[in-house]
Write a protein that binds this ligand. Structure first.
Ligand code: ATP
Length: 356
């Protein structure tokens, strides 16, 4: 049996004056699933979230929460009646209410006793029950964030929408809060659509990631699929540094200074961009008889891996500068000649027409 869909946007388009903020946009979030919307600044992520929440009037397309049609075709259910939890920057905690009152606020027409139990449960879920009588300004940013999440979760919504919820923290606190929130979401079974511009954060949080560019969904997939099978250079680059080489397709493959790569989808004469992650370029410290050699320009320890800058000078007139990433500590000397091995399975070949 397939998992029911908790939130769906179908063929949405939204313009602000001359700006097309979102176009031909469809996405679905299954019950209990965490989906991240990822993309550069201004690509339309927040607009998608606001349309899903009902904070922006839908211009074209449809929005469904579970089976309910909440926007589109003359329908416009207001945000408070969509049963969706919101964690948005402009939905900060009320400063004049204490933590408990903040959480109780959204619980509507339940009995006082029931509201109080729900608030305690929600605060316990985020580890903030000890702060029930404190006021927001006496809490750290991370603690306030957890209370905001408790407030959004307390009504037990089937769907929660989170807009850059971790942007206000320093790196260490962010890792901790992210981890906690992921577990809270998974334990509660709430479906989440979360906006971020940080690929690592999206990979940490998401069951699936929707990569956006210029208002459109470029690829919607599981994190490992996006990493291992990006549909274009934009997606590949979003998930980490890449080396780029160029060549021309001839009989289903493209020759480059570091080898020949299969390109069955390209026609003869078509220009190709070959995108290779640094970890797909392996180094043998001793120079051997292997055809492919490079000169070390610099090597740097980056923590869990080492980055080696190489110049491939022997086969091309122009100097080709590439990066290799090797696990652990591996620091060949400057000017050393090393042999290079490329894993062709981790090289992506795209027609130049599809790259930008
Ligand atoms: P960021 O990561 O910087 O928050 P984003 O991907 O969330 O960006 P949006 O905020 O959705 O992007 O904006 C998409 C486009 O729509 C941008 O070009 C933005 O300038 C424009 N835009 C968003 N809101 C409005 C508005 N209220 N009025 C006019 N233009 C807007």
């Amino acid at each position: 049996m397939s998992t029911p869909v908790a939130l769906e946007l179908r063929n949405v388009r939204h313009v602000f004056g001359e700006t097309v903020a979102v176009d031909e946009f469809s996405i679905d979030v299954d019950a209990g699933e965490v989906v991240c919307l990822l993309g550069p600044s201004g690509c339309g992520k927040t607009t998608v979230l606001r349309l899903a929440a009902g904070l922006e009037a839908l211009q074209r397309g449809d929005v469904f929460i579970g089976e309910t049609h909440v926007a589109g075709d003359g329908v416009m259910v207001p945000p408070e009646r969509r049963g969706v939890g919101l964690v948005f920057q402009d939905y900060a905690l009320f400063p004049h209410l204490n933590v408990s009152q903040n959480v109780v606020f959204g619980l509507g027409d339940m009995s006082a006793a029931e509201r109080s139990i729900r608030a305690v449960t929600a605060l316990e879920q985020v580890g903030m029950e000890w702060a029930a009588s404190r006021y927001p300004h006496t809490l750290s940013g991370g603690q306030q964030q957890r209370v905001a999440l408790a407030r959004a979760m307390a009504p037990e919504p089937p769907v929660i929408l989170l807009d850059e919820p971790f942007s206000g923290y320093d790196a260490r606190l962010r890792d901790k809060v992210r981890d906690e929130i992921l577990h809270i979401l998974k334990e509660s079974g709430t479906a989440a659509l979360l906006v971020t511009h940080d690929a690592e954060e999206a990979m940490f949080m998401a069951d699936r990631i929707g990569v956006m560019r210029d208002g459109r969904l470029v690829q919607f997939d599981k994190p490992d699929e996006l990493y291992m099978r990006p549909r274009d250079t934009f997606v590949a680059e979003f998930f980490g540094e890449v080396n780029k080489l160029y060549g021309t397709a001839v009989e289903g493959s493209v020759s480059t200074p570091i080898g020949r790569f299969p390109a069955p989808a390209l026609s003869d004469g078509e220009e190709a961009e070959i995108v290779i992650r640094p970890e797909a370029i392996g180094i043998v410290a001793e120079s051997s008889d292997a055809a492919l050699c490079g000169k070390v320009l610099a090597s740097r320890m980056l923590g869990r891996s080492s980055l080696i800058h190489l110049c491939l000078c022997q086969q091309t007139k122009e100097e080709l500068h590439i990066h290799s990433r090797v696990p652990g500590r591996f620091l060949p000397d400057e000017a050393e000649i090393v042999s290079i091995e490329v894993d062709p399975n981790r090289a992506f070949v795209f027609p130049v027409s599809r790259t930008r």
